[in-house]
Design a protein around this ligand. Structure first.
Ligand code: ICS
Length: 541
């Protein structure tokens, strides 16, 4: 099989559902759909995983501590819970850091945890948490300390917010201490953790510092970029070339100050909408900063994003500089692309990653002449699939029902909107889109398979039935898939690779995928007993 013609995806759904009990089949059936970009079908997403199914998902604590706050280098992030939670969220995501004068501290290599024991479960762990905060303060003198609740903390009722208030008082306000009720079971996945983290950032940090500094007058935030494998570094370098100030990156290689001054930017670009849309909205309602969807994954997408920024500011000098940068950067990109295309063209990919990469990375595969025949998120919501304009806004945030919805911050109205309604309308006429975006389905081919919260069993079936040339997922899937003779590229932590963002990242990706997907070694992955005759002996009694 080498072409799209030889595969018949239509058989998949019936075959896979046949193995499930009736009720399960009914529920899973709603999460497995055949795409039609012209008439986008409804997909079930962001609902509880059926117990017993092996899911790819993570927990709410992972979304809050691991994903959103974790990459901040000068905040001490304390996990209040058993040591396993802190240990498994310790550096595995490969979010990179680079201390500088603004924040010479770097706490990312540490795993801070209260290491709760049986006695803390029985008698309560608040005292231990207080002690941990005292210790962290004495040892490191950080600017801020964040506390993250894990499942047992919620079950026994330790109040991390009360502890935060108590310790702020005890330490005479010398350090900003705040807690997150992000117990693992709070939501159906990481997604609830993103929301809780966004609310906490907004309440405790954003808007605290009005100072405006930097080299350039065009000031933007890049939200939903976590510097995995150095992605944010690649974006920083690119912005610098274009003469654009990056006020805050949320939260790759970020600092407390970046959060506190984010409201001084004039535009927010949103990379991973799923994890940070709440902050984007809050920055807009409170401080009048418009946001646009952006994508730095893929060379074409990067160029498009830069042009959007140029258009937003409407400054001819900036626009010219951006065009010059794009023209220069595209030379090595095209060279690398052509070289890779000789081998990658016509190959097939499957992508099952979190809440935005399964969509964004399709751009890079398109640039490699490869087709994504099946994709899905672990915890995306319906708008991430169907597009924000397709589904009614009331449904956008169904899972966050039990999470506080914050809109306006008191006294934030001291800031004027960056553009008037008319100016924004005029920009929309010129093709800029604010507060909206296309979901994954609008950009996938007709008849391709879109599957939410893919189960381990379904993954095996996909491989068995269609033998894609590459399967993109994470560490939980990697070795199972590779044992089936299909290469797996981790799109969470990039294995050992990256950056994959911006022009520089696209070149890295082309090279890596050519090597991984076009390598003959995978044909040799059959176990000896699968390809050789074996002699079976019988015992004689
Ligand atoms: Fe966003 Mo892994 Fe991001 Fe996305 Fe999110 Fe996670 Fe990672 Fe994955 C993430 S924030 S940790 S882009 S950096 S929770 S790779 S949705 S699952 S696809």
């Amino acid at each position: 099989k080498d072409t799209e013609k030889d595969i018949n995806l239509a058989e998949f759904k019936e075959e896979v559902l046949a193995a499930y009990p009736k009720k399960v089949a009914k529920k899973r059936g709603k999460a497995i759909v055949y795409n039609d970009p012209d008439e986008i079908p409804q997909i079930q997403a962001n609902v509880r995983t059926i117990p017993g199914i092996i899911t790819q998902r993570g927990c709410t604590y992972a979304g809050c501590k691991g994903v959103v706050l974790g990459p901040t280098r000068d905040i001490v992030n304390i996990t209040h819970g058993p040591i396993g939670c802190g240990f498994y969220s310790w550096l595995t995501r490969r979010n990179q850091t680079r201390p500088d004068e603004q924040a010479p501290e770097n706490f990312i290599p540490y795993a801070f945890s209260t290491d709760m024991q049986d006695s803390n479960i029985v008698f309560g762990g608040e005292e231990k948490l207080k002690q941990a905060i005292r210790e962290a303060y004495e040892l490191f003198h950080p600017k801020a300390i964040a506390i993250f609740s894990t499942c047992p903390v919620g079950l026994i009722g330790d109040d991390v917010h009360r502890v935060a208030r108590h310790m702020t008082e005890e330490l005479e306000g010398k350090v900003n201490i705040f807690g997150f009720s992000c117990e693992g079971y709070r939501g159906v996945s990481q997604s609830a953790g993103h929301h809780i983290a966004n609310n906490g950032l907004y309440k405790n940090l954003i808007g605290n510092d009005d100072s405006v500094d930097g080299k350039y007058k065009f000031r933007i935030n890049v939200l939903g970029e976590y510097n995995i494998g150095g992605d944010a570094f690649a974006i920083e370098t690119l912005m610098d070339k274009c003469g654009i100030e990056l006020v805050a990156t949320m939260s790759g290689n970020s600092t407390k100050k970046q959060f506190e001054t984010a409201h001084t930017a004039d535009l927010s670009l949103v990379m991973c909408h799923r994890s940070i849309n709440y902050v984007a909205e809050m920055l807009e309602t409170s401080f009048g900063i418009p946001w646009m969807k952006a994508n730095f994954i893929g060379a074409e997408a990067t160029a498009k994003t830069l042009r959007k920024v140029g258009k937003y500011f409407g400054d001819q000098e900036l626009i010219d500089r951006i065009e010059k940068v794009i023209a220069e950067e595209m030379i090595p990109v095209k060279e690398a692309q052509e070289k890779a295309l000789e081998k990658t063209k016509g190959k097939l990919a499957m992508l099952f990653v979190g809440g935005s990469r399964a969509h964004h990375y399709q751009e890079l595969f398109n640039e490699l002449g490869m087709t994504t025949i099946s994709a899905g998120y672990e915890f995306g919501h319906r708008d991430d699939y169907e597009g924000r304009s397709v589904i009614p806004s009331i449904q956008i945030d169904a899972d966050s029902r039990n999470i506080e919805q914050i809109t306006v911050k008191e006294d934030a109205t001291r800031f004027k909107p960056r553009k008037t309604e008319e100016e924004l309308k005029a920009l929309e006429k010129e093709g800029l889109e604010f507060n909206g975006y296309e979901g994954m389905m609008a950009e996938m081919k007709k008849g391709t398979l879109v599957i939410d919260d893919l189960s381990h069993y379904e993954m095996g079936k996909l491989i068995e039935m269609y033998h894609p040339d590459i399967f993109c997922a994470g560490i939980k899937e990697k070795f199972c898939v590779q044992k089936m003779g299909i290469p797996l590229k981790q799109l969470h932590n990039y294995d050992y690779g990256g950056p994959y963002a911006a022009f520089e990242g696209a070149i890295n990706f082309y090279k890596d995928i050519e090597q991984i997907a076009c390598c003959s070694i995978w044909k040799e992955m059959k176990a000896p007993w699968e390809k050789e005759d074996i002699v079976e002996a019988e015992y004689v009694y």
